[in-house]
Design a protein around this ligand. Structure first.
Ligand SMILES: [Zn+2]
Length: 85
């Protein structure tokens, strides 16, 4: 009898552990999935219709981001960070 009760308790404990692990795993998956979805648009800076031109910063034919300054994305961001400093 004692062994039967012990096995029942062990099985119940195992069931709880598996349930908790599955719940934690599901939450982590949903969180990471949501973060990936949110993180994606940040990488693409929308600047409207882009055009290829000779950048006045590096002189290379690149997509112009700063239209008033005629700068490509690396030069434009470098210029902006310099201004902030
Ligand atoms: Zn440039």
């Amino acid at each position: 009898m004692a062994i039967a009760i012990l096995i029942t308790i062990l099985l119940a404990g195992l069931g709880v552990l598996v349930g908790v692990a599955a719940a934690v795993g599901a939450v982590k998956f949903v969180k990471s999935y949501g973060q990936k979805k949110k993180a994606e648009p940040k990488e693409f800076i929308r600047v409207g219709p882009s055009e290829m031109r000779e950048c006045s910063g590096c002189g290379k034919n690149r997509i112009i981001v700063g239209k008033t300054e005629n700068l490509c994305a690396p030069c434009y961001s470098a210029m902006r960070t310099k201004r902030l400093d």
